[in-house]
Ligand binder design. Structure first.
Ligand code: MG
Length: 373
């Protein structure tokens, strides 16, 4: 398929309430949406690296400029016949996985539309719905958190993820475990600790968690291997795994027992599927993470999550959790299965089935570029 035109949008989507993590607080989610046009089709991709380079070295305004100045010009007028071919056209640009993901995910939506297939089928998945978990950021008090968790368990979320950072760590976890001795929990440290904190994680071992997500530095594999040897709780890598090579190194070193895969962080769906397959062969279960994307990006995550080695409930959120009105239509909703467990279900439509709403896109756009200009 020849890529005839590319539109790039840098958007800011106001949250209902701020999202607090180990690295700070976001009042809006900044994201980059890309529209690829070919053969009368218009396909959408998204990468949401946040406004500041605090989750990873990339940030939304930087991703917008990288796509506009370097990546999109390398694809325009090119005949791209596979995700691997797209990645090969971008391979001489170092790093910048979120920027590459904005284009890669749009290409997969384009190809799925061209083949008249739902995206998850094109990716090779046979399921059409999977369970999702509940997540809690840093809150004002333990009481607020405990009330929220009680509601999530009442709503039958099969596992609960807790943000964990200095000042909101062991006492918080002790309060949660005391109140909910049997439910499945894991913590996400967002790179907030160092290997010298090993005794803190030995103490975490006592709480019987499903995993500890990204305890150490965002670009580390070796210290995570040392930590995994020193504790019983499985380590899950998130920020560290930015490519297939990094995943292979982490597996070879024994740095983790789980991998969180986000299409944006790894450079798109092409490397996401390759990492999923590599982990399956190595006996490492995976789960899909979200970046608070619009329904366009959330639908891309949902399609990926249907692959069979995603065995731990996903971080895919209903639009109403964070946004008064989603930038895209249709908004993502969760549906309970026969046991009442919340699931995300793929749409019965070619591609992702999600599109930005034109007026909301115009209202929330900070910058736009079009190729050919
Ligand atoms: Mg994480």
């Amino acid at each position: 398929m020849r890529i005839e035109a590319i539109d790039i949008y840098h958007v800011a989507m106001p949250l209902i309430y701020p999202w607090r993590t180990a690295y700070g607080e976001d009042a809006a989610i900044e994201s980059v949406l890309v529209c690829l046009r070919s053969e009368g089709l218009a396909a959408w991709g998204e990468a949401a690296p946040f406004a500041a380079p605090c989750y990873s070295p990339e940030w939304a305004a930087g991703v917008f400029h990288c796509v506009r100045q370097w990546l999109a010009p390398a694809l325009i007028d090119q005949d791209i016949c596979s995700g691997d071919a797209l990645q090969a056209h971008l391979a001489h640009f170092k790093g910048n996985p979120f920027a590459k993901a904005a284009l890669d995910t749009a290409w997969w939506d384009l190809e799925a539309q061209r083949q008249n297939l739902p995206l998850h089928r094109l990716l090779g998945a046979t399921r059409d719905r999977v369970p999702v978990g509940a997540d809690f950021g840093v809150m004002d008090s333990h009481d607020d958190l405990l009330k929220g968790i009680a509601a999530a368990i009442e709503d039958k979320f099969p596992r609960v993820k807790l943000k964990f950072r200095p000042g909101w760590d062991l006492p918080m976890l002790a309060a949660v475990r005391k109140q909910f001795p049997d439910h499945t929990f894991h913590i996400d440290c967002n790179s907030g600790y160092r290997l010298s904190d090993v005794n803190l994680f030995r103490a975490v071992d006592e709480f019987g968690l499903a995993m500890i997500e990204q305890p150490l530095q965002h670009d580390d594999v070796l210290d995570h291997a040392h930590l995994q040897m020193a504790i019983r709780t499985p380590v899950c890598l998130d920020e560290t795994v930015v490519s297939l090579d990094r995943a292979r190194q982490a597996i070879d070193l024994g740095s983790c027992k789980y991998v969180n895969i986000k299409p944006g962080r790894v450079g798109g769906l092409t490397p996401a599927v390759a990492i999923h397959d590599l982990c399956r062969e190595a006996g490492i279960p995976c789960w899909v993470g979200g970046m608070l994307e619009s329904a366009v990006g959330a639908r891309i995550c949902a399609a990926l999550a249907m692959l069979d080695n995603f065995t731990y409930p996903a971080d895919i959120f209903p639009s109403s959790r964070f946004y008064t009105e989603d930038l895209a239509d249709p908004p993502l909703e969760l549906t309970p299965d026969a046991n009442g467990v919340p699931h995300v279900q793929v749409l019965d439509a070619p591609g992702t089935g999600a599109r930005p709403h034109p007026e909301r896109l115009a209202k929330l756009t900070l910058a736009k570029a079009s190729l050919p200009g």
